[in-house]
Design a protein around this ligand. Sequence first.
Ligand SMILES: [Zn+2]
Ligand SMILES: [Zn+2]
Length: 402
Amino acid sequence: MEKILAEIEILARQMEDEVIALRRDFHMHPELSHEEERTARVVAGHLRDLGLEVTTGIAGHGVVGKLTGARPGQAVAWRADMDALPLKEKVEVPWRSRTPGVMHACGHDFHLAVALGAARLLSRLKDRLAGEIRFIFQPAEEAPKDGTSGAPGMVAAGVLDNPRVAAVAGLHVAPNLEAGHVRYHREEVMAGACHLTLTVIGKPAHGATPHRGVDPILVSAQALGLIQSFLAQRIDARHPVVLTFGTISGGSRFNILADKVVLEGSLRYLQDGVRREVEEGLNRKFAGLALATGARIELEARPIYPVLRNDPRLTDQAVAVLRRVLGPERLKSHFPAMGSEDFSYFAAQVPAFYFFLGVKPPGKKPQALHSPHFNPDEAALTWGLKAAAGLMAGLSEPEFPF
Ligand SMILES: [Zn+2]
Ligand SMILES: [Zn+2]
């Protein structure tokens, strides 16, 4: 095993330009969620050229490539997402987006290049690999359509089965972490999320006579206060939870009380029990507020992504591999993030390891994902490639070597 990891290290360094070229090609041709037609075609073409067993058209534009090692071992999977965002790129580089209004601003071009690079690299070591390495290219991570994103569709299509994989791994680029550094967590990595809709129905009246109606704007303000005091004092402070609203709408004219106000937001948590606690607790509070004000208050919490949990034992094994291929100084355990990611659907099925790879150019200010200025450091690609190839080679061994 040590020998394979040493070879991965050498091959990854030799492949630096190749992986950068892959990344730039995807960066120049970004596609929105559910529309990853070209991306999937390019991915499938590369995988077929390597002689992998390729399946396309899974849950939309999903692609799976299977690489079978020469020795007996476990089936393991690496997942990369493929979609871009509706943004006009503001980065001035020769490889900037050629598709107006669409940009790889979440680093999924990096994820694609790392996964394809790993498929290439490991194909060259096929004779010495154990088990089966499955590369899952998933569409539509960013924008669920009709409430579904790409991951649950791929899970339902059986991409983790036949044979069932013993582990699934993947990474996301981190814009505020130095390029090539890794952060991980042994248990909860990212939050579960619900899409909230809070509807406050009042009774319209002339703005001069509010006592004849019920003002849903005033009741909404009271509801917002209740929510934050409920979270601060009724939820155990050791259980992280965030509830924010992104939109508020209601009313038609300055001197008429609105008939209703609708707020949309998100609720994020690291324990599923907290979601139920918040929903039940707020419904109780709102029942009291409704009684006091005469308004009707409805709260709908539609789950979007489950909590993303790493398997602690697999994490220990994965970290042991990463220490060898990246060097221990590049790895650090870190707090969970309150963002969400549909990799959680894979992680809910089989033991998972998801981690963050830094892409911040050294000495530069932290950047932000989903920004038209996002310009990750391509030096991180080689580190990502070493990590992905090392993990797949290590975890597919019949018995964990370290
Ligand atoms: Zn994103
Ligand atoms: Zn992303």
